[in-house]
Design a protein around this ligand. Structure first.
Ligand code: TEU
Length: 564
């Protein structure tokens, strides 16, 4: 298997720098804070560290609004700190992945400042400027060039009164979309990417990289519930030149570099068929994509319309992606990131069975075929936060949604209930290092409150306890490194109609692995003859003496191994 890419046996750990470790007592995490925790990460055994954005930014969307692509925001440190982080991480055998946010910049980026300075600015065409809708005047309700709704509430167009034109922003009005149709834009981005690779980074996680090619005719979208805003998705997701742009980026940035690198495209709304194309090795676009199907299963319409999650649907979704990317391409595997609520609260049990549920979820995910991503705190079984009022939230998406929904007449209590379940701030509460007042994250007041459960749930306690979520994740990562069937094995879903138990096999080179996960708090019998006597390679309970059948205890996970 020596000709397989290195990332097929790798596990990535995502750091949200703002919430990871604060070294200078300003309540916000920083690069020296990360350096101070590298030994913890090495102990966990991860191969790659992906940093959410640390570039200079007005922080309207916590750094996903970048005002300088080639520097570090002072709140996180300096370029020297960054170089030190790369050097120390490399010395400890871990690679560094940068977040690449090039669908949009900050409105404070010099490119946009220049672009908005006038209609004849040489950079005018670097962004999407359009006059008001035909027959309407600038500023009139509905005069926006399209009816698209932005991700963070309201329309995707903002009027610039000085020139009477609108600019496009799929996210906040402080995140204007770059115009990838313009080759100068693309070349500027590629040059910046080469600069980071020359500096020693090992690849990029590419933010919403399937939104960079829009339908240039900018059609209206179908309106939502008879409202005035419409769905722009079909017009900017995986658009006509998306493949061309990524192949060009590959040629301009990655080709000919002999170091092992990694590219992962974050792609909301990507279909399996598209993912095959984006990740087919001979097309040279990206190594793997983040898809969203499994994290949309508990949503009825918008993300705030939460509905109960069905295990059968989760299995059907993962099963389809496993099969679809079996021959060509590769999966990313994740439960969590900085945009998703905590998985143990979402698909597990964050009460009495928290440790078993977290370890079961980790086992099921890590035994799939693909590259697993661990989001900071997931390896501790960190939970959603007990937000009590809108003042507790910081995320622009949550804050804007609350204001818009309440203004539209929704009951504030109901809006808060949905935010408590789905807000991105659930993932962003500070990392829980110990049981001290601010969880060892900071000596100051943290930018977002620490979860009070850090008294029980924290890294110090977990590292000292061999049965903790931490050590279970460590063993899962080690298993991927040592058991080729975990990395390369063929995947077969079993018991696809079972509503309670997740079951599948992996097989490779005469070895077969069976993974079982009980997604309930009740005991469940599993009827899979021939397995009870196989070798148990990992589990989250003490081994069961009964070798005649398999009876899974609440939230139990087991991985068996046998020769095929
Ligand atoms: O997110 C892209 C994205 O579409 C979602 O994950 C988004 O957070 C969610 O749909 C909102 O409901 C990426 C980043 O991960 C996210 O943090 C940024 O806010 C966004 O792009 C803009 O850069």
């Amino acid at each position: 298997m020596t000709d397989e890419p290195w990332w097929k046996t790798a596990v990535v750990y995502q750091i949200y720098p703002r919430s990871f470790a604060d070294s200078d007592g300003d309540g916000i995490g920083d690069l020296p804070g990360i350096i101070g925790r590298l030994d913890y990460l090495r102990r966990l055994g991860v191969d790659v560290l992906w940093l959410s954005p640390v570039y200079p930014s007005p922080q309207d969307d916590n750094g996903y609004d970048i005002s300088d692509y080639q520097n570090i925001d002072p709140v996180f440190g300096t370029l020297a700190d960054f170089d030190a982080l790369v050097e120390r991480a490399h010395a400890k055998g871990m690679r560094i992945l940068m977040d690449l946010v090039v669908n949009h910049t900050s409105d404070e980026h010099p490119w946009f400042v220049e672009s908005r300075s006038g209609k004849d600015s040489p950079k005018r065409d670097w962004y999407w400027w359009r006059p008001p809708r035909a027959g309407m005047t600038a500023g009139q309700p509905g005069a926006e060039p399209t009816n698209w709704a932005s991700f963070f509430s309201g329309p995707t167009w903002e009027l610039d009164p000085a020139t009477g034109e609108y600019f496009l922003h799929l996210f906040s009005r402080k995140q204007p979309d770059l115009n990838w149709e313009n080759p100068e834009v693309r070349q500027a981005i590629y040059a910046m990417m080469r600069w980071w690779l020359d500096r020693g980074v090992d690849g990029f996680r590419m933010d919403v990289i399937n939104m960079i090619s829009k339908d240039t005719t900018l059609p209206d979208g179908v309106t939502f519930h008879g409202g005035s805003l419409g769905d722009g998705f079909p017009h900017f997701i995986s658009g006509p030149r998306n493949h061309e742009f990524l192949a060009e980026m590959h040629r301009e940035v990655f080709e000919g570099r002999d170091r092992p690198l990694l590219t992962v495209g974050e792609m909301p709304g990507v279909t399996l068929e598209q993912a095959v194309e984006f990740t087919a090795p001979e097309r040279r676009e990206v190594d793997m994509v983040f898809q969203f199907e499994h994290v949309n299963l508990d949503q009825a319409g918008s993300k705030w319309d939460v509905r109960p999650f069905q295990l059968r649907e989760l299995k059907a979704s993962f099963g389809r992606w496993q099969a679809g990317l079996a021959e060509v391409g590769w999966n990313s595997l994740y439960w969590n990131n900085h945009d998703q609520p905590r998985v143990v609260s979402r698909f597990g049990d964050d009460g009495a069975h928290r440790v078993r549920a977290a370890t079961m979820l980790g086992t099921v995910l890590h035994l799939h075929r693909g590259t697993p991503y661990v989001y900071q705190g997931e390896e501790l079984g960190m939970t959603n936060a007990p937000f009590t009022s809108i003042e507790d939230f910081r995320d622009i998406e949550s804050v804007n949604h609350y204001a818009e929904a309440v203004a539209a007449g929704q009951e504030p209590g109901a809006v808060l209930t949905a935010l408590r379940l789905m807000s991105r701030d659930n993932a962003r509460t500070p990392m829980q290092w110990d049981d001290s007042p601010n969880a060892g994250f900071t000596t100051a007041t943290p930018w977002l409150a620490v979860n009070p459960n850090h008294k029980e749930i924290n890294a110090a306690v977990a590292v000292a306890d061999p049965d903790s979520v931490f050590h279970h994740y460590r063993r899962l990562i080690e298993l991927r490194h040592t058991e080729p069937a975990v990395a390369y094995g063929d995947f077969t879903m079993l018991l696809s109609d079972d509503e309670h138990v997740y079951a599948f096999t992996r097989s490779y080179d005469g070895v077969e692995l069976l993974t079982l996960g009980n997604f309930t708090g009740a005991t469940r019998a599993v009827d899979l003859p021939g397995w009870a006597a196989a070798q148990l390679v990992i589990g989250n309970y003490p081994p069961d003496e009964d070798r005649n059948g398999i009876l899974l205890r609440p939230w139990e996970a087991r991985v068996y191994r046998r020769n095929a």
